[in-house]
Ligand binder design. Structure first.
Ligand code: PRP
Ligand code: URA
Length: 210
């Protein structure tokens, strides 16, 4: 296992990923599975979130209890497929802020092309979790995180559902400091830059565009 890569091997995550991979899983079910698997990812990536305390009153007594520190999180969706993951993670942390980086892969060159960039004003005071279901060549994630580093967040993590070994190597060559959280490291990329066995085109499967 490469350093700084966390494979979420929880049985429920693995079961849901297998259902997502099946080619006969339709868009409605695929979308639901992305949301569900993302709830479970949210627990993993927020394990080390900063905590504060608050004085509260239970029905029985006063106590000082743990709470999440203010303004802790910012989820970043790499459009468009990252939206599926961010929607799920927001159910766990509804007060997190959300940013969007619009990037698509040129189908011929596989180069990442940015078309949109909007993050919260106070993103430099937040921990960022960047979401994109697929880490294939990693061109998209590399470019997105290069831009986000210019903002200087408190920390950065990358969440993907399926990663290719080639993508992990390329990503870590440029961003060795950014941990990768994934449910699977697959065999390889094919000649079109798709992950094998993978799950196909994540955006098309979430939004039913093909
Ligand atoms: C897909 C996927 C990732 C990217 C991964 O997006 O959602 O963003 O490809 O490939 P890479 O690691 O080789 O860059 P796509 O370009 O198809 O755009 P979309 O989300 O708008 O469909
Ligand atoms: N983008 C996807 O959606 N799937 C892949 O396998 C590769 C890139």
């Amino acid at each position: 296992m490469p350093a700084n890569v966390h494979v979420i091997d929880h049985p429920v995550v693995q079961h849901k990923l297998t259902r997502m991979r099946r080619k006969d899983t339709d868009s409605a079910e695929f979308r639901r599975l992305v949301r569900e698997i993302s709830l479970l990812f949210a627990y993993e990536v927020t394990r080390d979130l900063p905590m504060a305390t608050a004085e509260i009153e239970t029905p029985v007594a006063r106590m000082v209890a743990p709470v999440l520190a203010d303004r802790a999180m910012c989820f970043i969706s790499i459009l468009r497929a990252g939206n599926g993951i961010v929607d799920g993670m927001l159910e766990v942390l509804p007060n997190a802020r959300v940013g969007h980086v619009g990037i698509y892969r040129d189908p011929e060159t596989l180069v990442a092309i940015e078309y949109y960039f909007k993050v919260p004003e106070d993103a430099d005071q937040r921990h960022m979790v960047v979401a994109d279901p697929m880490l294939a060549t990693a061109n998209s994630a590399i470019a997105a995180i290069r831009r986000l580093k210019e903002i200087g967040p408190l920390s950065l993590k990358l969440v993907c559902l399926v990663a290719a070994p080639e993508g992990i190597a390329a990503f870590q060559a440029e961003h060795p400091d950014v941990p990768i959280y994934t449910a699977a490291i697959d065999e390889r990329l094919n000649e079109h830059g798709y992950i094998v066995p993978g799950l196909g085109d994540a955006g098309d499967r979430i939004f039913g565009t093909k």
